[in-house]
Each structure stands twice: as C-alpha cells, then as structure tokens.
Design a binder for this molecule. Structure first.
Ligand code: 2DT
Length: 211
C-alpha cells in the first residue's frame, strides 16, 4: 500500500444560459475523465426524478402554477435532498460534475423580480463548488442556434434577464469560458480547468459551504 489517502473529489459546476453548451460540455468532460480512469459522476439540477423533482418538472412544463417563492424553495429543496449523497461522494473521492446548481437557482428567481439576497438564503450551507465553469454566450447569439425549447423560461426575454443576473452573481474565481468557440476547443479549455480543480482538492481537504 502507498499509505496516501486518495483525497476528496471536486465539485465542478456548470452554469450559463440556455443553449450555451452546458449539457454537451458536461457530458464531454465526464466521458473524458472516465477515459482517464478518474472517479467521476455526472449530475444535473433540477434532478427531476425525486418527489420534489417531479413537482419541478411539472412546473417547468407549465403543468402547475406555483408562486415564484414556492418554486424557488422547491428548487433549493431539490439540492438539499441530494446534498447528503453529494457530500458523501465528494468525501469518498468522487468528482461530481453538475449541469446547473444554486447559481441558476438565484439567477432565474431574481430574473423574475425576487430579491437577490432572499433568493440566496435557502442555499446557505450547501457544498461550495471547487470550480464554477460559466459557459458564456449572450442570449441573442444563443437564440440564433436554433431557438429555445418549449419549457417555461425558454424565451429570449427571460434569458436576457437571467444573463444579467448571472453577471451580478459572477465571482472573481469563476471560470468564464467563451461558449461561441467550437465544441472541441471549449472542451479542451474546460478539461484543463477541471483537472486543475481536481488537483487542488488534494491540498484543500476541507469541503466548504455556500455562499
Ligand atoms: P434545464 O433546462 O437545465 O433542465 O433546467 N432552474 C434551474 C431554476 O429556475 N432554478 C434552479 O435552481 C435550477 C437548478 C433553469 C430547467 C430550468 O430550471 C431553471 C432552467
């Protein structure tokens, strides 16, 4: 035995507006890390398969009309219900890549007019990401990629407001990646960032929390 502990996994969060390539890039990063033999899982928020997640899914498909505050708290609860598993995976050395996290939670609700600090409060105490990759694509450009989908929020007015809120939330340590470049170039940039974050976790054993 080498005697060295494997260290904790990294929490790598992807954020950005719709059609900025988050889903493509999270999948590519996941496949690449698996091929490198790393312990890694691909997550997403909302996680629509849980009880809370099913309510969120219904809301997004406009099946129910909850007040903005109520749906905000459900999105947060959806993170909290999976947080124990998330924490234990990270502690066991599994790197978690996630397609959206609490920043989407705040950006979307604040875009609807809710107070930013109110929006942040229910997520206080969730695991702090080790790396936030912001897939930066202006919604006007995103719209040219073939239009938005059918779900609630998937329209240009909302996306512009969300983009603006993301700018407010953006912190100096965010990794802002130009999402107008090619899929492969973007992947190479992200791969480097992810590997750096994973290395860093060995020297930062303590998992910190939001915000
Ligand atoms: P997807 O299109 O990525 O499945 O997201 N959203 C997401 C919120 O309003 N609050 C949140 O906390 C999260 C995680 C963003 C579905 C939509 O849900 C929005 C788009």
């Amino acid at each position: 035995a080498t005697g060295s502990s494997p260290g904790r996994g990294a929490l790598i969060v992807f954020e950005g507006c719709d059609r900025s390539g988050k889903t493509t890039q999270t999948q590519k990063l996941f496949d690449c890390l698996v091929a490198m033999g790393r312990k890694v899982e691909l997550w997403r928020f909302p996680e629509r398969t849980t009880g809370v997640g099913k309510m969120i899914d219904e809301y997004l498909k406009s099946g129910n009309n909850l007040p903005d505050e109520a749906i905000h708290l459900l999105f947060s609860a959806n993170r909290w219900e999976t947080a124990p598993l998330l924490k234990s995976k990270l502690a066991a050395g599994v790197t978690i890549i996630t397609d959206r996290y609490a920043y989407s939670g705040v950006a979307f609700s604040a875009a609807k007019g809710l107070d930013l600090n109110w929006c942040k409060s229910p997520d206080i105490g969730l695991p702090l990401p080790d790396c936030v990759v912001f897939c930066d694509l202006h919604p006007e450009k995103a719209a040219k990629r073939g239009g938005f989908g059918e779900e609630r929020y998937e329209n240009i007015d909302m996306q512009l407001k969300v983009y603006h809120q993301f700018q407010k939330l953006r912190q100096s340590d965010w990794k802002v990646v130009d999402a107008s470049q090619s899929v492969d170039d973007m992947h190479e940039e992200i791969k480097t960032l992810a590997l750096e974050a994973m290395d860093h976790c060995t020297s930062k054993p303590q998992q910190r929390s939001l915000w």
